[in-house]
Design a protein around this ligand. Structure first.
Ligand SMILES: Cc1cc2nc3c(=O)[nH]c(=O)nc-3n(C[C@H](O)[C@H](O)[C@H](O)COP(=O)(O)OP(=O)(O)OC[C@H]3O[C@@H](n4cnc5c(N)ncnc54)[C@H](O)[C@@H]3O)c2cc1C
Length: 510
């Protein structure tokens, strides 16, 4: 099989995982990436010359990476230093109230009791049980399934899973379902926010997305060296298995011969022969014909609205005046307005929720003086249209005011110590997306089934990344990379993804 040539277009999470697993199984793999290095959305910016994680910061579902590492003969702990966080996140409200959630369930229960009373803590307990049941019910039949359909999922849920779904009310929105769990509107807001982890509005996302809260309660880790270290690690392992990486090289076209993939044409003028291509960009680019007009029908599934974009500020700044932890969320009043602004009016929210990742915190002594921060507010994915400087400025001002109400005084303005990224910038980085960072929005109960699986409609073309099943987020994208590799291998009649392994010293054994 070594003569079977695979090109992986994109060195995002899914592309890196696919490449590693395919090379681990003995195939010849070349990764072509238009950026200068690996990671895709896992990227670093350098305010004041300091490396700041400027994409994903919340690392969950480490078991996905444990499995990936095992499949290529190593272990996550042997490759990276990963620390579990005691505080999952701190939450601040405009009225001055504050709630920390912890990895330790009892600590969270006590915190919720102090925050909202014993009865609400009981409701929190019940919510946790329900979220756990939803996660357990859907992990096998949906998340891990290579190509779930509604009928097949219902068939494999079993009586208990069906009862769980019925109790949640799958047709209900997450927001509406949370109204049945919590009487305290701040807790409802806190848990509704998890819909944004897959770029969706809590008012339109299905109630089942409460499982994301469960994922976070199962543990959040900090990667030493930042999230970028994870991408670097996957590339390093890929190199040990013989993967070739070509950076600053966009795949401009996927070539077909008699309707089947035959190669790729690169922006630097070269062509590479390929028997299979794994495409790790957003499927919107294929649908738009950016990789060749013949491919605009190559993706199955219904087109859904774009997910959220963001405005981010990567900073090196002082945070005196407030006891931040690693993950911090600042909530405004009138939560619905944020999503109405974004999804209905297609404008930046006038009252955004602000997320601040203080990357030097959570794993040891708090830093003194300036520290590395990522501030993020949700935004409409209209980066392919003009967004005025006034609109961006107004968003920065209201974000600053919200944080200041809780005692955090940050200046969100472009300078050597503060680098802004807008939906337009994300659109440039991730073509055809308008800056949408999580593929298509999960709006409505059927949206999760509208995502394409790893097999495209074109023989030899496979899809991997946050825009395909099982969806966005670092671990989910990694799973989609595994699924694409598995589909390709299965189509070649190969089932083992671990024919070669790398010893800890880097030697290949067969
Ligand atoms: C600001 C931000 C915060 C986030 N926060 C979190 C978080 O806390 N936790 C979490 O789990 N997830 C988070 N996410 C989501 C997560 O980062 C993504 O879902 C995941 O990293 C996407 O991986 P992917 O495999 O889809 O590849 P992507 O990261 O989308 O990378 C695709 C790669 O393909 C390349 N490419 C595209 N087209 C071509 C082409 N034609 N030729 C060559 N190369 C091409 C691109 O340059 C890019 O490098 C966040 C994302 C962002 C942007």
């Amino acid at each position: 099989m070594a003569e079977h040539k695979v090109v992986v277009a994109g060195a995002g999470m899914a592309g890196l995982v696919s490449a590693l697993q395919l090379a681990g199984a003995g195939l010849q793999v070349t990764v072509v990436e238009k950026a200068a290095g690996p990671g895709g959305k896992i990227r670093q910016l350098f305010p004041n010359g300091q490396p700041v994680d400027s994409g994903p910061t919340v690392f969950t579902m480490r078991w996905v990476f444990d499995q990936i590492m095992t499949s290529v003969g190593t272990q996550l702990d042997a490759e990276l230093k990963i620390h579990p966080l005691k505080v999952l996140a701190k939450h601040f409200w405009e009225d001055g109230s504050q709630l920390d959630l912890y990895a330790d369930h009892q600590q969270s229960m006590d915190a919720v009791a102090r925050f909202a009373g014993a009865a609400e803590a009981k409701r929190f307990e019940h919510f946790c049980q329900t979220a756990r049941q939803v996660y357990d019910a859907l992990e096998g039949p949906f998340i891990k399934s290579p190509s779930p359909t509604m009928a097949q999922m219902m068939g494999s849920l079993g009586p208990r899973g069906l009862a769980t779904l019925a109790s949640v009310g799958p047709m209900r929105s997450l927001w509406s379902s949370l109204g049945k769990h919590f009487t305290d509107q701040r807790l409802r807001q806190l848990f509704a926010r998890y819909a944004t982890y897959c770029g969706s509005s809590p008012w339109e996302a299905p109630a089942t997305l409460m499982l994301i809260a469960q994922v976070e309660m199962d543990g959040v880790w900090a990667v030493e060296g930042g999230m970028h270290a994870l991408a670097d690690c996957l590339m390093r392992l890929g190199q040990k298995h013989g993967v070739t990486y070509l950076f600053n090289n966009e795949c401009e076209r996927i070539e077909l011969n008699r309707g089947k993939v035959s190669g790729v044409r690169l922006s630097q003028g070269d062509s590479l022969r390929a028997d299979s291509v794994v495409f790790n960009g957003d499927i919107a680019a294929l649908r738009k014909g950016l990789l060749g007009p013949a491919l605009n029908q190559s993706v199955a599934g219904k087109v859904q609205p774009r997910s959220l974009s963001a405005v981010t500020w990567s900073m090196h700044a002082d945070t005196a005046g407030i006891p931040l932890d690693r993950h911090n969320v600042f909530f405004a009043n009138h939560y619905a307005n944020e999503f109405e602004d974004i999804f209905t009016h297609r404008r930046l929210p006038q009252q955004p929720t602000v997320y601040v990742c203080a990357q030097d915190r959570g794993t040891g002594t708090a830093p003194e003086g300036a520290e590395r921060l990522l501030c993020l507010v949700n935004a409409p994915a209209r980066g392919d249209k003009r967004m005025s400087e006034d609109e961006l400025q107004a968003c920065a001002v209201s974000s600053q005011a919200l944080m200041a109400a809780s005692g955090l005084h940050l200046k969100l303005e472009s300078s050597p110590s503060c680098i802004r990224t807008t939906p337009q910038d994300f659109h440039q980085l991730f073509p055809a997306t308008g800056g949408a960072l999580y593929g298509q929005a999960t709006h409505g109960w059927m949206a999760a089934f509208a995502r394409s699986n790893a097999r495209s409609q074109v023989p030899g073309l496979y899809l991997a990344g946050g825009s395909v099943h099982p969806g966005p987020g670092v671990p989910m994208a990694a799973m989609s990379g595994q699924l694409a590799a598995a589909a390709l291998m299965a189509d070649l009649g190969l089932t083992s993804l671990s024919r070669k392994t790398v010893t800890s010293g880097g030697t290949l054994t067969h």
